[in-house]
Write a protein that binds this ligand. Structure first.
Ligand code: G6P
Length: 366
């Protein structure tokens, strides 16, 4: 086992740091020299002009990746995209017709709730697309179409590289669909493709500065409660960041839309409570700053996660600063920062990072 960790203390940090290579590999395999996304074979039989609604369904981290995918598809395609948690999908009466594309995201391809949701969608007439990391897994055998993520085996129970590779596949899928549907101008399309390499470079930069995040982890390791806040896509970043913190640190954290805090949860803010505030979209920066001031005034310890140009560093106790990887992909970089934060907190607490209590890598009971 030690050997397969390649010199790292844990699989989790090894897998976090593999993310740039996986991005590179994904680009090499799924994007050709002319910058076309090569999904023709994977998406054979789907006529995107006939699709009027998309569902993205998954559990856990794959669900949060799905929320990022939804954001890309809505932004780039202007099509109705709904995301649901697989254990709820069937009970939410989804409106499914033969014009529905239902996308199921599962690292393992064996999560029972996701498999049952796919069966349900298929019975209702949807076209089903699985995004999975495991060759020949149940989901890949049962879906109409399959796109593989190229993360390689993920050992750590807390998912990291699978998340970013799922997000990347959905980003490429959105660009592929955008091109097919004539929704993207060529110059925009090319820019979106080159932003992927920028994201990769910026993850490398973040890895090089990981010790700064380690220092923050030392300061927050004893907190008992935390809130992760963000607006828009950053609220989705907050959810994945909060999940990572819970999974391997047993710290109770909750993710909230920053603007919703005042409708209840702010009653819990007092000295000793951690707030992680995310701001990767400068348009909403001022509002996030004002939410931070509200929690600081009540004694919270605030860690900001933001990009250059944000005013967040001026009002927080600590900051994880990420480079600007453009509007669509900077949130992914913020998630990598939060993966490090959860990892180093667990390291400092002395927990079994790769095998947290009560959790399994894939869940095959409903
Ligand atoms: C478990 C794992 C999570 C994972 C979720 C969905 O809860 O601990 O890391 O995100 O299952 O797994 P899947 O294999 O379907 O992506």
């Amino acid at each position: 086992e030690q050997a397969s960790k390649g010199g790292y203390a844990h699989f989790m940090i090894k897998e976090i740091e593999e993310q740039p290579e996986i991005i590179e590999k994904t680009l090499n395999i799924y994007v050709d020299k002319e910058k076309n996304v090569k999904f023709d074979e994977q998406l054979e039989g789907i006529n995107f002009h006939d699709i009027d609604r998309i569902y993205v369904v998954a559990c856990g981290t794959a669900y949060y990746a799905g929320l990022q995918g939804q954001y890309f598809m809505k932004k780039l395609l202007g099509i109705d995209v709904f995301t649901d948690i697989a254990s709820e999908f069937r009970y939410n009466d989804p409106v499914i017709t033969d014009k529905t594309l239902a996308i199921f995201v599962s690292q393992s391809g064996e999560t029972i709730d996701t498999l049952m949701s796919m069966k349900y969608a298929k019975e209702k007439g949807a076209k089903t697309l699985a995004i999975s990391n495991v060759l020949g897994s149940t989901i890949t055998r049962e879906a109409d179409n399959v796109i593989y993520t190229l993360a390689g085996p993920e050992i750590s129970v807390a998912s990291t590289k699978a998340y970013s590779s799922q997000v990347l596949v959905m980003y490429l899928l959105s660009l592929y669909m955008g091109a097919k549907l004539g929704k993207l101008e060529e110059k925009d399309y090319l820019k979106y493709i080159s932003d992927i390499s920028l994201l990769k470079e910026n993850i490398v930069k973040l890895i090089n500065e990981k010790e700064k995040i380690h220092e923050i982890a030392k300061k927050i390791k004893n907190v008992k409660n935390g809130f992760y806040l963000g607006r828009g896509i950053d609220e989705k970043v907050a959810r994945e960041g909060s999940l990572k913190m819970k999974e391997i640190n047993y710290i109770h954290t909750e993710a909230l839309p920053a603007g919703e805090l005042k409708h209840g949860s702010i009653a819990l803010i007092e000295k000793g409570v951690l707030v992680v505030a995310i701001s990767t979209n400068l348009e909403m920066d001022e509002k996030v700053v004002s939410n931070i001031k509200e929690v600081k005034a009540r004694g919270a310890y605030v860690v900001g996660v933001c990009k250059e140009g944000s005013l967040v560093p001026e009002v927080v106790d600590d900051v994880i600063q990420v480079k600007d990887s453009e509007e669509l992909l900077t949130p992914v970089l913020a998630v990598v920062g939060l993966q490090f934060l959860a990892y180093y907190t667990s390291l400092e607490k002395g927990f079994d990072v790769d095998k947290p209590r009560n959790l399994a890598k894939s869940v095959t009971v409903e």
